[in-house]
Design a protein around this ligand. Structure first.
Ligand code: IPM
Ligand code: MG
Length: 352
């Protein structure tokens, strides 16, 4: 098995160093770990955010674990030479269409949420975000100049039926496996792409997943319900843009963006892309105070979904829970541990 690490920018290298420490402690036989430049770091080294060699290594791996990309030093670059463009190109090259973003509350962190304990206790939502289509990739796109000289910014929301079917199937299968239900989120009231989304999801459920309860919700309403009564949700299936927004919102319910992992999966047998949900956090980069939990939990998802090591994944997740119960907290969680100390607390909590 091959795991490729892409530390990237900002706090990315700091949090991935702790994921590496966990890997070292697990000492899994037959796991080969590589590393490649990506994002702003790759722009500085090679001129582009996704060098060909990095792309080839990602496609040849079984799993790719990314830290974070982006930072103010690259913000002035043309759009396709920004670190974020490298991430979008990598997702597209790997065709990882289903982005799993669990928002689960660790019991020890019930008081870290900005919402009341009784609203978030027991929260366990799984977002399934479409990741390689929609307005992030739709054509036409760009900034055009009209004959009058005025400029117009254009992006296109576009979904073909097969793109909806494959991500819907992933959401239904996951909901079935956890004995849950699916809420499909769109803006069918104003967008044709949303109307088609709703029709196709409804049809897939009737055809292949009649045992999995399905409801539909408008995206604005979903944002409101996530704050009002988040525990009504189980699996939330949504498009690329709404999934980006709503998963950040849900992440905060659990106390910190620094806790949440994600997995991006494509067709069976193809490599998965794993990333913490948090970004590069330039404000705290280099200070050694970032929370490594999301990166370590993303490693656990990679072990489970791509590296054939579900027991190791369970061990890692349990170790994070135990470290938190033991009082280990980085600053974002109201504590004072450094990134390294938090990583060490998790390594120490790894059961044999
Ligand atoms: C995310 C991020 C990315 C996105 C950015 C960095 C391109 O916000 O993974 O949620 O918008 O998808
Ligand atoms: Mg985001």
């Amino acid at each position: 098995m091959k795991l490729l690490l892409l530390p990237g920018d900002g706090i990315g290298p700091e949090v991935l160093a702790e994921a590496r420490a966990v890997l070292g402690a697990l000492a899994l036989p037959g796991l080969e770990v590589g590393e490649a430049p990506f994002g702003g770091a790759a722009i500085d080294a090679t001129g582009v955010p996704l060098p060909e060699a990095t792309k080839a290594a990602a496609l040849a791996a079984d799993a790719v674990l990314m830290g974070a990309v982006g930072g103010p030093q690259w913000a002035g670059q043309p759009y396709d030479l920004r670190p974020e463009a490298g991430l979008l190109a990598l997702r597209a090259a790997m065709q990882v269409f289903a982005n799993l973003r669990p928002a689960r509350l660790f019991p020890a962190l019930a008081d870290a949420s900005t919402l009341k304990r009784e609203v978030v206790e027991g929260l366990d939502i799984l977002f399934v975000r479409e990741l390689v289509g929609g307005v992030y990739f739709g054509e036409p796109r760009g900034i055009e100049q009209l004959p009058s000289g005025e400029r117009v910014g254009v992006n296109t929301q576009r979904y073909a039926e097969h793109e909806i079917v494959r991500v819907a199937d992933t959401a239904f299968a996951l909901a079935r496996a956890r004995g849950g239900h699916v809420t499909s989120v769109d803006k069918a009231n104003v967008m044709e792409s949303g109307l088609l989304w709703r029709e196709v999801v409804t049809a897939r459920q009737a055809q292949a997943f009649a045992d999995v309860p399905l409801s539909h919700m408008l995206a604005d309403s979903c944002a409101m319900e996530l704050v009002r009564n988040p525990r009504r949700f189980d699996v939330i299936l949504t498009d690329n843009l709404f999934g980006d927004l709503l998963s950040d919102l849900a992440a905060m319910l659990t106390g910190s963006l620094g806790m949440l992992p994600s997995a991006a999966l494509g067709a069976p047998g193809t490599p998965g892309l794993y990333e913490p949900i948090h970004g590069s956090a330039p404000d705290i980069a280099g200070k050694g105070i970032a929370n490594p939990c999301a990166a370590i939990l993303s490693l656990a998802m990679a072990l489970r979904h791509s590296l054939g090591a579900p027991q190791a994944a369970d061990r890692v997740e349990a170790a994070v829970g135990r470290a938190l119960e033991g009082g280990a907290r980085t600053r974002d969680l109201g504590g004072s541990l450094t990134t390294r100390e938090m990583g060490a607390a998790i390594v120490e909590s790894l059961a044999p």
